[in-house]
Ligand binder design. Sequence first.
Ligand code: UDP
Ligand code: MG
Length: 315
Amino acid sequence: MQKTISIVIPVFNEEKNIPLIAHEIVRIFGTIPQYAYEIIFVDDGSRDNSQKVMEDLAKIDEKIKTIEFSRNFGKESATSAGIHYATGDAVIAIDADLQHPVSLIPQLIRRWENGADVVIGLRTKNEGQSAIKSFCSFVYYKIINAISDTPIEPGATDFRLIDRKVVDEFNKFTEHDRMTRGLIDWLGFKREFVAFQANERANGEAQYSLLKLAKLAVSSAVSHSLIPLKMAGYLGTCIIFTAGIGGLVVFIQRYMLNDMLGWNISGTAQLAILMIFFMGVMLACLGLIALYIGNIHKEVSGRPLYVVRKKRNLK
Ligand code: UDP
Ligand code: MG
């Protein structure tokens, strides 16, 4: 039976790029006629003519489907929506700005046919990306991989193919504050990487400002790890011990041995030790709270307990 590939494209102010990418995808699928396909444009509250442009395309070609958001929800939500509505045997998410090479699609499909469940585009070089953005992304990956429960491959992009069974699992996620790529990584499955060089954006400006990226970075770090909060707890425990021992030594030497060693510790210093001790207690309590929040977070985000890749003789 002919397999169908769903192409999901999040769109935010891309009126010039929509016809370009649609045309490019139709052309590429012309070279692999054994596959059927659908193109799902998800308009993420564009303020230009994007909606009309994609609708006009959908009128001529029924393989082109469109979803319109009521406002800008962000790329992560747009991609998720596209994946929800996709009907294909595999879904490929790709940016509208032609930074992800459409010509790589047949290769992604080949890897999938050879057994991979998730085929991830790995960006080797990003033309036109500012030095500061590259540096930030480098630091970000270093930090997140040090603290996160799910390791993230540096350079891994949203340009990726996911198999139907991954799609079905992905659709079970209920969390709102999400990073699509992080969730797909969390799911696991058989993953393979395909390297590519990112092109320069075809038309328009990159929508992701540094501030927006920083927000995404923080939210993904927070949703994948409690280490920052737990660190406060560890720090507090260390402080309790040091200040506790220090305080004990001072107390014994000053009041029990009547300053036998002649240290002559002032009242202010004693007060300082006492304050540091209680600061430690407070930080340790924060760490304790982290444990509770961790449990709440796990329950509230309603993630599946486990994810099955394959079953045999079972429904
Ligand atoms: N995008 C979106 N909603 C937004 C911002 C961006 O759907 O709020 C889409 C955008 O149209 C493009 C993709 O997400 O298809 C990547 O956006 P952009 O090129 O601005 O980001 P970058 O290339 O810097 O990752
Ligand atoms: Mg881009």
